[in-house]
Design a protein around this ligand. Structure first.
Ligand code: HEC
Length: 456
């Protein structure tokens, strides 16, 4: 489950044994204690409370699994208690009589409270994505209350867990910058009330303190002297620097802040590095979560054709495989990519971010995405399969065939594949199994700093 790349392009479905493995692994997760409820909560307290409710919901599911109860009502009750923790008393699925280990506002209530403002803080997109995932989880938990067989219950609940883990995010040492944990680790929402805040562009001069710039935490400084100096909450620091009697913990946002400090530019919505591999460690993936390098796509669902099974000259001219020396294939039209851009803005942006670098989900274009795609041998067929079968993650399969074609055209354009005269098809083409994705050779003058190309 720790592998950064093992679960990508694998449809996120959990089967029986994997479900229990997943649940077991969750037991080791840290649980953030509930803060004392005050009349008016600070943004930081609200964010911590949202994460706490999320953990409470996960805890309900985990505990009931450990109970090995044979009474299905025990399971239904756990699903309802998890829903209560997620939705809070104002949610449509809330049922007061079963109680909850969450609080009255619920994760969604807290997130809505944070998002209810005129400006758009750096953490807003991640919280939007987290909320979308939480709502999807609630829907699956609601289904699980009606399951007749334990198998059906497990299927719904494991689906719900997958969403909850994405919403929770993960520790930043894995390069995560999204979900509730990512937000707490790298943005001002993670700065405890009353903490000393310093300029994130400068080195720390006092400890403990938080270095903040443009809404991001660049570093956390802790005194290096004798005594206990534990931070109130872990800030997801990625490394440790000891200097001038202080321990300095740069966060996942450190490089983003450094760039902004040097250029006096506005901070990009998500950091350039490390790669945003949201939920790589969190999403339940293939049956063997420890496998070092599983097939890039569900091997039963996508059978990659053996190399050169379709000779290039029998394929349509536009679909010739990309190779280092040949020109990259033109697989879509410019019009499709433009339509796809609009579609992305309404159907995908909440999780994948406006710059495609991922907020509550992995990046889908640019250097991180393409380097990974190449390393894992992803084909166009696998990409098409994942998008058409599993996206949008919260409503798979809900777009029309031509909308999916547009979305794929947009992804190809953003990944610097050239446009041509033949539209991206609405059905799979055998040759797609031979088109390996990876950085497209040649100059791309309009590429942004993430390696994403404009779509027109
Ligand atoms: C509710 C959140 C959400 C929405 C909305 C969403 N996605 Fe995703 N997407 C995810 C998650 C989570 C993953 C990782 C799932 C996995 O690997 O199985 C993912 C993975 C992907 C990937 C593979 C990236 C990689 O590196 O593994 C692509 C491509 C993708 N999505 C495209 C889209 C497109 C196109 C849309 C809109 C039509 C969309 N997504 C909408 C959450 C979302």
């Amino acid at each position: 489950m720790q592998s950064m790349t093992s679960n990508f392009l694998v449809p996120a479905r959990v089967t029986g044994p994997a479900f229990f493995l997943l649940v077991a692994s969750l037991l080791t997760s840290a649980v953030i204690p509930m803060p004392a409820r005050a009349a008016a909560m600070s943004d930081h307290q609200t964010a911590v409370a949202a994460l706490s409710d999320l953990q409470a919901a996960i805890g309900e599911i985990v505990r009931v699994d450990q109970s090995y109860s044979t009474d299905k009502h025990v399971y239904y009750r756990a699903s309802q208690r998890a829903i209560n923790a997620l939705e809070g008393v104002r949610g449509p699925e809330y049922v007061a009589t079963v109680g909850t280990s969450g609080d009255a506002a619920g994760a969604i209530g807290h997130i809505d409270a944070l998002l209810d403002r005129k400006e758009t803080p750096v953490w807003a997109a991640s919280l939007d994505g987290a909320e979308a995932n939480i709502r999807a989880a609630v829907a699956h938990l609601a289904d699980s209350r009606h399951a007749h067989e334990l198998m059906d219950y497990e299927l719904s609940v494991s689906r719900a867990l997958a969403y909850l883990l994405v919403a929770r995010g993960g520790p930043t040492e894995l390069g995560v910058f999204g979900g509730m944990e990512g937000v707490l680790a790298s943005t001002v929402l993670g700065v405890p009330d009353g903490a000393t805040i310093a300029d994130g562009c400068a080195a720390p001069s006092t400890a403990p303190s938080y270095g903040v710039h443009g809404g991001y935490i660049a570093w956390v400084a802790v005194p290096a002297g004798e005594g206990a100096h534990a931070l109130e909450e872990s800030a997801g620091e990625t490394s440790v620097i000891v200097r001038n009697g202080m321990i300095i913990l740069p966060t996942a946002a450190a490089s983003t802040v450094a760039k902004a400090c040097n250029s006096h530019a506005a901070i990009e919505p998500t950091p350039a590095s490390p790669p945003q591999r949201m939920a790589a460690n969190a999403l339940p993936g293939p049956a063997d979560p420890g496998a070092a390098s599983p097939a890039p796509a569900s091997s039963s669902a996508v059978k990659p054709a053996p190399a050169n099974a379709v000779p290039a000259n029998t394929a349509s001219a536009q679909a010739a495989p990309a190779s280092a020396d040949g020109p990259p294939p033109a697989l879509y039209t410019k019009e499709q990519a433009e339509a796809g851009a609009e579609l992305f803005a309404s159907k995908c942006v909440a999780c994948h971010g406006s710059n495609l670098q991922g907020t509550a989900a992995p990046s889908v274009a640019g250097n991180d995405f393409l380097v990974n795609a190449k390393k894992n041998g992803w084909t166009l067929q696998a990409l098409r399969y994942l998008v058409t079968q599993d996206m949008p993650f919260n409503a798979p399969g809900t777009l029309s065939a031509s909308q999916y074609a547009d979305a794929l055209a947009f992804l190809l354009a953003s990944n610097c594949y050239p446009a041509g005269n033949t539209p991206f098809p609405t059905t799979d083409e055998p040759v797609f199994a031979n088109i390996k994705l990876g950085p497209v050779p040649g100059p791309h003058p309009d590429q942004n700093s993430f390696g994403v190309c404009p779509n027109s």
